[in-house]
Design a protein around this ligand. Structure first.
Ligand code: SUG
Length: 468
């Protein structure tokens, strides 16, 4: 495989792997409990603008000196899914049949939801695992049909990038059963005094099949099962003394908090939460403090109350779906959605946080990024990235496409060349567009150093099966 761009910094750092938006990005699905996707359903979507916005966010993070890599898109429309649902035959027939009889299934099979890399996998870095390897488990995403098609492609992409088994272990997704419903890193927070130090792991879940009588959301499903989080902690060899499992507040799920990362974000020793993040905040904080004490870690909690920011406004602006990042010059920056910049209560909360005494601040400064195409489907800056804490040796060993200004420009040119600026049911059902999408992914393989990788093999196999 061609050489990658190893990062020069001789330190363990947190890299962001962002999902590259797909050419079929659209607003024709709704996702369970995701209010933005409900509100914007049926609006015109612009895949080219969506992909450019994602790439520009990646560029900003890379320019701040934070290792930034790119996860490849998945092949869509997914003709294997349509065939499994009874829309068989050559592409032209299957697509036309689905468009006529079940447009919602064509929309599901065309989703670009893989762009939200926070749902791609759960990641445990090597300082925390029993075998000192970096462990990744692709999320099974069984709660929604359009997301349940992702894991097999995600696993291939992760196995292409994290191929070196002396450094990395990519597990199979958990079995696809409701008791093991898993949505990945969106419900997982790693807290540590430094990237290379052992960490505590906070797993948020919405339901637990062992306690069916516990207060549950009534309007929307809870997407993460406690049994899934526990299985992953075991699989990765995390120290049980350093792991905390916390139930999400059911009222928050019903208010549109379909993943924990819609109501809380952590980074190193900092934890920024809304007061309704957890069903029993006092117990969760006590557990976190106990786990932290065993690692000489002093957590810096910042909790916003409902008076400071009502939960519906937290959900509407996605403040908590910001990224908190550390720059090489020692600053901690909040990378917030552009929607936060103009919202009075959110701005007040950000300014309040920045003006706290230095040893209490969750971050030192805030920046705003425009990812509006993603936001309309309920995906903010933090949804678009998978955090992977990596040693220099692991960064060099990974077949990752590290974003440089040159790679950013190359990917923008690739997007401009291959992506439409509008998606409709007609474009999704157009076999010529399917062929163009698959050709675009084939052309992407060398750009992302993925030629002949398992991911590339999968694209080739799909093209052969779907187009003959
Ligand atoms: O699963 N939206 C996604 C948004 C995921 C956001 N991720 C995190 N919070 N980490 C979801 O609700 C909309 C429909 C679509 O794109 O096809 C959607 O699936």
């Amino acid at each position: 495989m061609p050489t990658t761009h190893p990062q020069p910094t001789p330190q363990t750092l947190e890299a962001n792997f962002d999902g590259l938006v797909g050419a079929t990005h659209h607003f024709l699905n709704t996702a369970p409990g995701n209010l933005a996707s409900q509100t914007h359903r049926g609006e015109p979507a612009n895949p080219r603008a969506a992909a450019r916005q994602g790439l520009d966010k990646m560029r900003r993070l890379a320019d701040l000196g934070i290792p930034q890599a790119v996860l490849p898109p998945q092949p869509r429309p997914n003709l294997d899914l349509l065939a499994a649902l009874g829309f068989a035959g050559p592409a032209e027939k299957a697509l036309a049949h689905a468009k006529r009889d079940a447009p919602h299934l064509l929309a599901a099979a065309s989703s670009s939801s893989f762009m939200w890399a926070a749902n791609a996998a759960t990641v445990s870095p090597s300082p925390d695992t029993a075998d000192s390897r970096l462990h990744l488990t692709p999320a099974n995403l069984i709660t929604a049909l359009h997301r349940a098609q992702e894991p097999r492609f995600t696993a291939a992409a992760l196995r292409s990038i994290f191929a070196d088994e002396s450094h990395f272990a990519v597990h199979d997704p958990l079995p696809a059963a409701p008791d093991l419903a898993d949505e990945g890193a969106a419900n997982h927070t790693r807290l540590a005094p430094a990237f290379d130090a052992p960490a505590i792991h906070l797993f948020a879940f919405g339901r637990d099949p062992r306690t069916p009588d516990a207060p549950s959301p009534t309007r929307f499903p809870a997407r993460q099962s406690a049994l899934a989080s526990e299985a992953i902690a075991r699989q990765h060899g995390l120290n049980p003394a350093h792991v905390v499992f916390a139930r999400q507040h059911p009222a928050a799920i019903d208010a549109g908090v379909f993943h924990h990362d819609v109501i809380g974000v952590g980074h190193l020793n900092r934890l920024l939460l809304h007061q309704q993040a957890f069903a029993d905040p006092a117990a969760t904080h006590a557990q976190l403090d106990r786990a932290a004490a065993s690692l000489n870690l002093t957590l810096r909690h910042t909790t916003l109350t409902d008076d400071q920011l009502p939960i519906d406004q937290a959900v509407a602006t996605y403040l908590f779906n910001s990224q908190i990042v550390s720059t090489p010059d020692g600053r901690t920056i909040l990378i917030a959605p552009a929607e936060c910049e103009t919202h009075a209560a959110v701005r007040a909360a950000i300014d309040h946080a920045i003006n706290l005494p230095q040893d209490q601040r969750p971050f030192d400064a805030a920046e705003f990024v425009d990812v509006r195409q993603s936001m309309r489907n309920g995906g903010g800056p933090a949804c678009l990235r998978l955090r992977v804490v990596m040693t220099p040796a692991q960064r060099a060993a990974a077949n990752a496409a590290w974003l440089t200004p040159a790679l950013h420009d190359q990917l923008i040119a690739w997007v401009d060349h291959h992506y439409p600026d509008a998606t409709t049911l007609d474009t999704l059902a157009d076999p010529a567009q399917l062929r163009a999408n698959l050709n675009a992914l084939d052309a992407l393989a060398p750009i992302l150093h993925l030629t002949d990788s398992p991911w590339h093999q999968q694209i080739t196999d799909c093209a052969n099966r779907w187009l003959g």
